[in-house]
Design a protein around this ligand. Structure first.
Ligand code: UGA
Length: 470
């Protein structure tokens, strides 16, 4: 079995599954992070982020992964050096490459005094087009001809990071032939899906092999942004259809089912709601518009995707305003601070934004999340009440807004909810609850695009009559 020496820089949502999966394939893996506390915790087997299956992988592989803050010891023997550091948004929308540049600089400084064996710098972080070329220029200026650069965008989703890493539909590598050959060999078990599936995970029955796509560095870099922008576009599109549904009395889930059954459209990412959040879509859509603008192209469609997303969350607040006849002075619960279920990540989370918006509008807001409260603490306003558990959060509320589709919320006993609430409105910002279960418990339900704002029958019929010349 091919065994290599791999270093992964950045012990976050991408670096952790990357490092552990490569260790699972038998490579000698070192994970570097600048945060000493995080490295200390990792050495004791504590996972730095909440991600399903991460504790199990850590327990099984901790002997095989070295955790360190020392770049020198991590890099000297490594053949592959993965960069999995964050590239957050700058105020102008561009990606902030400070962490990546620091890491590249340190690695190249170390490599200047190491052996001349082949080294591959693998950029997993989402980076602007041309980043690999810039790194190559620095390498050339330092005369490090044995160091090559691969652009290897990551497509994993938080919440299913291990399944996505081990069972990818496609692997994209940008780089020259020598890079392609080395990366193809490294990823052979993934491409051929030839490894024994770790206990607790299931290989999708439809996946016999993963498609390996070899591109230029620039195409790989742009493809990552294009993929996220396209998915964001699907979400904004279905959210706009949902808004039309609200006006005309149609049901967006039924519409999504119909259009999604067309394989040219596909059924995924057509769940309407209060819009996308997280550390990727908001930042990457902004970065792609900035990249386009820099190349003298105005990406109008993407600008609209971003604007629709911004408005969508506010539309849900407006619904609550209408249902409660104003939220000022009302007690309201916000269920869900993570940007999606099965993660503790609260970056650009609609739940947090809506909790603040409701507070600004004068509501007394209580929030709950099964995992994300500790991360939310740093950004939540002190006047927002934190509930210790779901029951306490619902107690005495006049309205409840569901902002994350955690299983806990889907499985609520609505009869009990009805008993503890003082009001009756449940606003389902993720269309994740059973309307029947809510309504049959004696509560009022309002989803997104669920035909809840049907036009008054007379107006609708009169308008239809005019159009049909009746
Ligand atoms: C996203 C992409 O899906 C990954 O392929 C990519 O690797 C990752 O970004 C990244 O760039 O690192 P992620 O942000 O983890 O992954 O989460 P998604 O499952 O894509 O959800 C993003 C947001 O869209 C969430 O707020 C989710 O609730 C929302 N969403 C998703 C919808 O509102 N409707 C949908 O139909 C799907």
């Amino acid at each position: 079995m091919y065994q290599s020496n791999v270093t992964v820089i950045g012990a976050g949502y991408v670096g952790m599954p990357t490092a552990l999966s490569l260790a699972y394939f038998g490579h000698k893996v070192t994970l570097v992070d600048t945060n000493q506390e995080r490295v200390d915790a990792l050495r004791q087997g504590q996972s730095p982020v909440f991600e399903p299956y991460l504790p199990e992988m850590m327990a099984n592989l901790n002997e095989k992964v070295q955790y360190t803050t020392s770049m020198a010891s991590a890099v000297s023997e490594a053949e592959f050096i993965f960069f999995a550091v964050g590239t957050p948004s700058l105020p102008d929308g561009h990606a902030d490459l400070t962490s990546l540049n620091d890491a590249v600089h340190q690695v190249l400084t170390e490599l200047s005094s190491c052996s001349l064996k082949s080294r591959f710098l693998v950029v997993k972080s989402t980076v602007p087009v041309g980043t690999a070329d810039q790194i190559k220029e620095v390498i050339a200026a330092k005369g490090l001809t044995h160091v090559k650069v691969a652009s290897n965008p990551e497509f994993l989703r938080q919440g299913s990071a291990f399944a996505d890493t081990l069972f990818p539909e496609r692997i994209v590598v940008g780089g020259e032939p020598e890079v392609q050959a080395a990366m193809h060999e490294l990823y052979r078990p993934l491409i051929e899906q030839s490894f024994a599936v770790p206990q607790g995970l299931v290989r999708p029955p439809s996946l016999s092999t993963s498609t390996y796509l070899s591109t230029s560095n620039r195409s790989a870099e742009l493809a990552k942004y294009a993929a996220n922008a396209f998915l964001a576009m699907k979400i904004s599109f279905i959210n706009e259809i949902a808004n039309v549904c609200d006006g005309v009395g149609a049901d967006v889930d039924e519409v999504a089912q119909v259009i999604g059954a067309d394989s040219r459209i596909g059924s995924s990412f057509l769940r309407a709601g209060l819009g996308y959040g997280g550390s990727c879509f908001p930042k990457d859509t902004r970065a792609l518009t900035a990249i386009s603008a820099e190349s003298q192209y105005e990406f109008r469609l993407l600008n609209s995707v971003i604007e629709v997303n911004r408005q969508q969350a506010l539309r849900v607040v407006e619904k609550l305003e209408r249902c409660l006849e104003g939220v000022k002075g009302k007690r309201v619960a916000v269920l869900g601070l993570a940007f999606k279920p099965h993660t503790d990540d609260v970056r650009e989370s609609p739940g947090i934004a809506l909790a603040h918006e409701l507070m600004i509008r004068g509501a007394t807001v209580t929030v709950h999340d099964p995992q994300a409260l500790p991360n939310a603490e740093t950004i939540l306003h002190r006047d927002i009440l934190r509930a210790p558990d779901l029951g306490a959060c619902l107690e005495g509320q006049e309205g409840v807004l569901v902002t994350t589709d955690w299983p806990e919320y889907l499985q609520m006993d609505f009869k009990r909810v009805k008993q503890v609430m003082s009001g009756s409105w449940i606003i389902d910002g993720r269309n994740c609850l059973s309307e029947d279960a809510v309504v049959s418990a004696g509560l009022d339900y309002m989803g997104v695009g669920k035909g809840a704002q049907k036009p008054p029958a007379q107006v609708a019929v009169a308008a239809l009559g005019q159009r049909m010349h009746l």
